[in-house]
Design a protein around this ligand. Structure first.
Ligand code: G3P
Ligand code: MG
Length: 252
């Protein structure tokens, strides 16, 4: 059984707020969401921050790489103006800031570990160590899965590192297209779920994952009819950019 929320706001507030910022978390809240997905990358000095792209140019202006930039410099970059001038000045938040905000507001987190090229293992270790520190009380009390974040990553090596550093935080393996050896990969990671692109998913694959006893999560579902279809196939949960069209109670 899937112990987590079913409908998750992608990158904080989907397309309605600048992705991976605290403004996005507030936006998701305004639309009633208490479950978010966001992306975590390391700064040049090894601090986990919310960021999707390893290089600047799309969500923060200018040129350069996240992996070459100190966290203190990322903290004053404008991660909001690219979407709308009313978000101008919205900073790049640290992972720790966002975890604290989510915990204060009862928001469940799917933490996508998003390594810069070549930083897979380091990112997995640091994100897991940080998470284990912030959730030390829950881990010590053997809290249920819904009281802990769920890690996911396209990087097998990052998830394997996260497992080493924080074995008690559950993991979902993230793929664009389900590979033939998906079951062996889930077993090797001791993962609880497969996360996949709904565009490449078939009903036969969905049945196979569910029959094997794993959770099945899809990204990024923005069409309500498609959302209904994959839920009928047995998909447990999905994230959406269209939090204005697909609310937290959708399909329940
Ligand atoms: O975690 C689901 C989804 O966010 C994966 O793709 O590129 O949007 O991070 P991306
Ligand atoms: Mg993501």
């Amino acid at each position: 059984m899937w112990p987590y929320p079913k409908i998750i706001s992608h990158r904080g507030g989907g397309t309605l707020a600048p992705e991976n910022t605290l403004a996005a978390m507030r936006c998701g809240m305004q639309y009633g969401f208490r479950a978010v997905e966001f992306d975590v990358m390391l700064s040049g000095d090894g601090i986990p921050v919310l960021m999707h792209d390893p290089q600047f140019g799309r969500t923060v202006p200018g040129r350069g790489r996240v992996a070459d930039t100190l966290a203190k410099d990322l903290a004053v970059m404008d991660a909001g103006a690219w979407l709308d001038s009313r978000f101008a000045g919205e900073p790049v938040p640290t992972f720790e800031e966002v975890v604290r905000y989510c915990r204060q507001n009862g928001i469940w987190m799917n933490v996508e570990i998003k390594p810069s090229p070549g930083a897979d293992e380091q990112t997995g270790h640091v994100v897991a160590e940080t998470t284990a520190r912030l959730f030390a009380d829950e881990l010590a009390a053997h809290a249920g899965p819904a009281d802990l974040p769920l890690f996911s990553s396209f990087s097998f090596d990052a998830l394997a590192a996260a497992r080493q550093s924080a074995p008690g935080i559950p993991r979902g393996y993230l793929v664009d297209t389900i590979p033939d050896d998906w079951l062996a990969r889930l077993q090797a990671l001791d993962a609880c779920a497969l996360h996949t692109n709904h565009k490449n998913l078939t009903s036969t694959q969905a049945s196979a994952v569910k029959t094997a006893g794993y959770g099945l999560f899809c990204y990024t579902v923005n069409d309500p009819a498609r959302a209904q279809e994959i839920l009928r196939w047995g998909v447990d949960a999905f994230c959406t950019d269209r939090i204005d069209l697909i609310g937290p109670g959708f399909g329940v």
